[in-house]
Design a protein around this ligand. Structure first.
Ligand code: NAD
Length: 323
């Protein structure tokens, strides 16, 4: 069969398409400057933010604009009714938003935090406003003994433990790899990896069929980050820990999953990045803004509640504002 005719027709079609696109380009129709994406129940703050730099561990009361955590549009429906959740790093940021939504879904809460007493008091009040109890525990998750005591106190207070959210973290950048000190590296690994390991090992003996562990990973654990080599390493480790532990705990009926957020407006970054960089935080995502903690917390409800995710274990859920 002679192929010349259809080939010529295809060329004609291609050139017609090309001509139209060239005409569009010449007509000066520039793509409109894309606005930050808003697709939520309320509009969220967009960069530039006020330039700011805060001392570690970072207090939420000092962050401008204040992170949004109370999800006023969210109606609870008993997804965690009668359960008890222990949330590390629960005083602020993602942990606080998770505490509030878990309480709204019916859980009593224990939060672990380093030393931000004011932030912890605000979270406790927010949980109590939801009609649930909140135990606040200050200490260092890198220390095995503290983790043991934290779980013991939660058990003494509530008599059960259904959900562990491993979420506390240390993050400080180092511009040059050579400048990353042993002490810095050690602090990051001890907090982010040993902390999760200790808490999980102390919590699991008290958990039962239907219980869940939700770990906070990060987009940096998937993509790496050249100024956060130690931190990225721990986050990748947390993803692997999640998958491996999920297989180990299947026989006990305990699910283990992770959420891997992109940029989220919490004390973590304003207390470590340069003020200039903080003002543009999240601007490079396709949505051109960081998430607010209340936009991340629903994923934790989903992964913690057996009503939502009984067949899901060992998964890493990225929430990164688009690709
Ligand atoms: P945050 O500053 O509000 O929370 C960090 C928490 O860790 C604080 O509550 C602090 O008290 C606690 N903490 C730090 N060191 C500790 C220690 N040694 N012992 C006990 N507690 C300790 O910030 P956040 O952004 O809500 O962070 C929560 C999680 O989200 C972290 O695991 C972080 O790596 C992860 N994450 C955050 C982002 C982001 O852009 N904010 C992005 C990806 C992942």
């Amino acid at each position: 069969m002679d192929q010349a005719k259809p080939a010529k027709a295809a060329v004609k079609k291609q050139r017609a398409v090309q001509k139209k696109v060239e005409a569009d380009d010449r007509s000066g129709q520039k793509p409109r400057r894309k606005q930050p994406m808003q697709a939520g129940a309320r509009d969220y703050p967009v960069p530039p933010f006020p330039k700011q730099h805060h001392p570690k561990p970072g207090e939420e009361t000092k962050i401008e604009p204040p992170p949004l955590y109370d999800a006023p549009y969210w109606t609870g429906s008993g997804k965690l009714e009668g359960k008890v959740a222990l949330i590390t790093g629960g005083d602020s940021g993602i942990g606080r938003a998770v505490a509030v939504l878990f309480a709204r879904e019916g859980a009593d809460i224990a939060i672990v935090y380093l030393a931000e007493d004011k932030d912890a008091a605000i979270t406790r009040q927010a949980v109590e406003k939801e009609g649930k109890r909140c135990l606040t525990l200050s200490g260092d998750v890198s220390k095995r003994e503290f983790c043991r005591q934290a779980v013991k106190r939660a058990m003494a207070e509530f008599g059960r433990l259904d959900v562990l959210v491993n979420n506390a973290a240390f993050q400080v950048h180092s511009t040059a790899f050579e400048d990353l000190t042993e002490e810095h590296f050690d602090t990051t690994l001890k907090t982010n990896l040993y902390g999760y390991f200790h808490m999980a090992q102390e919590a699991v003996p008290h958990m039962r069929q239907g219980s869940a562990i939700v770990n906070t990973g990060s987009v940096t654990g998937i993509e790496g980050s050249k100024e956060l080599i130690d931190y990225s390493m721990t986050k990748g480790g947390i993803h692997a820990f999640t998958r491996a532990l999920s297989a180990s705990l299947i026989d006990k009926g305990i699910r283990v999953n992770a959420v891997a957020p992109g940029p989220v407006w919490t004390p973590l970054n304003p207390s470590e990045k340069e003020a200039e960089e903080v003002s543009q935080f999240g601007a490079k995502t396709p949505m051109k803004r960081p998430a607010q903690p209340e936009e991340i917390a629903p994923a934790y409800v989903f992964l913690a509640s057996p009503q939502c995710s009984s067949y899901i274990t060992g998964e890493i859920l990225p929430i990164v504002g688009g690709y």
